[in-house]
Write a protein that binds this ligand. Structure first.
Ligand SMILES: CC(C)(COP(=O)(O)OP(=O)(O)OC[C@H]1O[C@@H](n2cnc3c(N)ncnc32)[C@H](O)[C@@H]1OP(=O)(O)O)[C@@H](O)C(=O)NCCC(=O)NCCS
Length: 368
């Protein structure tokens, strides 16, 4: 039987940091509120398009796997914040990598996009359609954020990470998953202004406003991630005690703690990045997975559980059996261009581009 082993991994974090104190210079919020409600202390703000972050993350994952770009058959890129809708972002990554043989597709299931992409690429390898794939989770939420809405603006951040999958006879990679969607709750998280139905009723295309029912999403997230975790573990025939590390989607520390409690997993076995990166949507799980490997938290031949949820409301959980190798075969010098702005300055640039004011709320911009 053919499996899809994870043989390479790499991340690309934009350097500009926006901490809670920086946010509270232009949003009516406090470090105390954000920390106690979400566990988030800071997040990153990208100074480059998503295609560049994806390229760096993918090149690092390829070097880690010791694989040439010319040998890649498929690039799957999960994002809700593409640089452009047409052409897709995956094709831009193909071009920059020089992976000229690769098919290239974007997937949007919101915050679960990387995990749904992992299922897609794994299935295509297991059925013999392709042999080598890159799966990317990338998000540059900053330009899409409604910076006048404190309910959501404090929760998100930018980032990217990628994994390389290769056909293998060893039973590693994703060994079971459960995917689902609570479509009856799709109205609880909606970004107005992105899509063809907008452009009237006072809302310009690209001028985003977020519908966001945090408490309902919170409940559904705990329900969906717990249910998916239990079902995926049953399908993989593993018990909670077999799980070496849980690498969850990270929207809110309290959601993660509630899922861990429901699934009876001690928090010592849960890998957290939410405090330093916030919710990076599709990039959250792969960035956390890469950092868990870098910090030696994933053991050879151990089992990783990765539950997620996102707008839609999509939800899922993946059971991943790791292989023998937890260290990179190689590295690359490729990096992002330097950034000469702070996180606050980058956000203010976005607000300026969007007009500076929205719906009667004047955004506080420093004089330039
Ligand atoms: C959004 C979330 C952090 C809110 O936490 P909460 O404990 O439900 O917050 P509460 O409803 O108790 O508090 C809301 C109050 O805080 C205020 N508030 C909201 N955002 C605030 C902010 N950034 N700073 C200060 N006050 C804020 C509200 O105005 C409200 O005040 P009011 O009670 O006077 O009306 C939480 O519901 C959550 O994380 N939900 C899931 C969101 C998510 O994961 N989204 C991404 C999906 S992938």
């Amino acid at each position: 039987m053919t499996y899809a082993a994870i043989t390479g991994w790499g991340k690309c974090m934009p350097p500009a940091v926006l901490d809670n104190a920086g946010l509270s210079t232009f949003i009516d919020t406090t470090d105390e509120w954000i920390t106690s409600r979400t566990g988030i202390k800071e997040r990153r703000i990208s100074h480059v398009p998503m295609t560049l972050m994806s390229h760096v993350a993918a090149a690092r994952a390829l070097a880690c796997a010791g694989l040439e770009a010319a040998d890649v058959d498929l690039i799957v890129l999960g994002t809700v914040s593409a640089d452009e809708f047409v052409p897709n972002t995956a094709s831009g990554v193909q071009l920059l990598l020089g992976a000229h043989k690769a098919a290239a597709m974007d997937i949007n299931t919101a915050c679960t996009s990387f995990l749904y992409g992992l299922s897609t690429a794994t299935a295509m390898i297991r059925t013999g359609v392709v042999r080598n794939a890159i799966v990317i989770g990338v998000e540059g939420i900053t330009p899409y954020m409604d910076w006048t809405n404190r309910n959501v603006a404090v929760l998100f951040g930018d980032g990217a990470a990628a994994v390389v999958l290769q056909a293998s006879e060893q039973a590693t990679g994703v060994i079971a998953e459960k995917l689902g969607c609570y479509a009856d709750a799709r109205h609880t998280l909606r970004v107005r202004g992105m899509g063809t139905i907008y452009g009237n009723n006072n809302l310009q295309l690209g001028d985003t406003q977020w519908d966001f029912d945090g408490q309902e999403i919170f409940k559904r997230a705990v329900q969906g991630m717990s249910l998916a975790s239990e079902e995926a573990m049953k399908r993989a025939n593993v018990k909670v005690s077999d799980i070496g590390l849980v690498v969850p989607h990270q929207a809110n520390l309290r959601i993660i703690e509630a899922v861990a409690k429901r699934c009876d997993v001690p928090m010592e076995r849960v890998f957290l990045t939410v405090q330093k990166y916030g919710n990076m949507s599709s990039a959250t799980v792969p960035v956390a997975l890469v950092e868990a490997l870098e910090e030696g938290r994933v053991q050879p031949n151990s089992i990783v559980l990765a539950p997620g949820f996102g707008a839609g409301l999509t939800w899922c959980a993946h059971v991943i059996r790791w292989g023998d190798r937890i260290t990179p075969l190689g590295t690359t010098d490729l990096d992002l261009p330097p950034c000469d702005k702070t996180g606050v300055e980058l956000v203010q640039d976005v607000i300026r581009r969007k007009g500076g004011t929205t719906k009667g709320f004047e955004v506080k911009l420093p004089a330039r």
